[in-house]
Design a binder for this molecule. Structure first.
Ligand code: 2NL
Length: 396
């Protein structure tokens, strides 16, 4: 149905399409009817707008869109805002797109001219968008470069490299020496059965070492190991012979802390079991060990002693590496320093661990790791080894 009594200018004046781009002149059939008259008023309409006038309005509208877009583009200070402007004008529901959609209603002969006008506007907006996008991207890059600038003249961050604890240095030194003699390093549990910690090592129920003053009991059958010998007892029990092992590890005794005692310290025990092992093998081995640890001039002295798990047993002294044996403050004038206990494995121990003492013999020894560290680094208080004061530890 043709609407004859409404004029385009009425529509415009009534605010129907002002600012509402879906109602720009070409978007409505109503207007097309008028514009199709090409400069003449439709005989049935009293609309005074000619086609040329409508084109002018269109031009005005596009100019408005272009100016609005350009000013919004200019005001965009981020890429996100710029994109919002693109969507608002060139997007699917954008203002210029709405005009473009109305093109289908423009009479065919006018389309090139109107199309050209719309395209010009679009190109202008796109160019402005592109230019501003480049500017914003360049600014963002500038900002990033400014932020990431590195002042190579600033003092470097020091990389603090830690190092081994003196106990570890001493342990690795002892391990190195025995590995060099063909030993294997073995470990075992710190919480141990009374059976392995005492019984199989020939320490009977009434032995003073088993007193609650010396041993931490978990219950009647389980203790915190007081030595690393239970590791060797387990190795012997496995029955793979010959045996040549050292067993380093943490041990526990119910001791008060002082310069030479701690309730938790470390031991390295050694065990050799084979056919025809004699005390001469033990002496030769420990002499070699002492020489490698304290220097080739070091002499050793085996003093008779008693341990329940070895027979015969001995304590080993080395010549003082400070005075060479003459006697000094370090060795308390004696020229000798005690370093370890040792002996031939008691036949009863071999038997309890499943080895035939008629066929096999062995020797064993035990060294206090802290004692070695204190001696080697001339530290006079064991507590320093546990305080972890970096000023102390840094010296080794
Ligand atoms: C010391 C004394 C020693 C052992 C530990 C041992 C182990 C087995 C059998 C026989 Cl499985 N003996 N160990 C032997 C003699 C002495 O340690 O004063 N250590 C700090």
């Amino acid at each position: 149905m043709r609407v004859k009594h409404l004029r385009a200018c009425d529509l415009q004046e009534s605010g129907w399409y002002r600012g509402t781009l879906s109602f720009v002149p070409f978007g409505t059939k109503l207007f097309c009817g008028v514009m199709a008259d090409k400069g003449r008023s439709h005989p049935l309409s009293d609309c005074r707008r000619t086609w040329k006038e409508s084109l002018l309005i269109m031009k005005e509208k596009l100019k408005e869109i272009r100016e609005e877009a350009l000013s919004q583009i200019l005001a965009s200070d981020t890429l996100d805002k710029l994109n919002e402007v693109r969507v608002a004008f060139l997007g699917k529901k954008g203002k210029l797109t709405a005009v473009l959609k109305g093109m289908k209603d423009v009479p065919a002969e006018e389309r090139p001219m109107v199309g050209q006008m719309v395209n010009d506007t679009r190109t202008a907006i796109e160019e402005a968008l592109e230019e501003t996008k480049k500017k914003l991207e360049a600014a963002a890059r500038e900002e990033q470069l400014r932020k990431e600038v590195i002042d190579v003249t600033l003092p470097a961050k020091k990389n603090l490299v830690g190092h081994r604890h003196p106990n570890t240095i001493a342990l690795e030194e002892v391990e190195r020496i025995f590995i060099g003699m063909g030993y294997e390093v073995v470990e075992g549990p710190e919480v141990e059965y009374d059976l392995y910690n005492f019984e199989k090592l020939n320490i009977p129920a009434n032995h003073p070492a088993k007193d609650e003053q010396d041993t931490f009991y978990i219950n009647k059958e389980i203790v915190l190991r007081t030595q690393t010998s239970p590791v060797q007892a387990r190795i012997m029990e496995q029955g793979k012979l010959p045996i040549r092992v050292i067993a380093p590890g943490r041990v526990f005794r119910s001791d008060e802390v002082d310069a030479t005692h701690s309730p938790s310290f470390h031991q390295i025990e050694g065990l050799v079991v084979d056919k025809n092992i004699t005390f001469a093998d033990l002496k030769g081995t420990l002499e070699q060990f002492a020489k490698e640890l304290f220097g080739p001039e070091t002499k050793t002295k085996f003093r008779p002693h008693h341990f329940p798990f070895t027979e015969p047993s001995a304590e080993v002294d080395v010549t003082c590496f400070k005075c060479g044996g003459k006697g000094c403050r370090f060795c308390k004038g004696s020229g000798w320093i005690e370093i370890l206990g040792c002996g031939m494995v008691h036949p009863h121990v071999l038997e309890m661990c499943g080895i035939d003492p008629e066929e096999y013999t062995g020797f064993a020894f035990g060294v206090g790791l802290e004692r070695i560290a204190l001696l080697k680094y001339e530290i006079d208080d064991m507590r320093l080894l546990y305080e972890n004061d970096i000023r102390f530890l840094r010296q080794f």
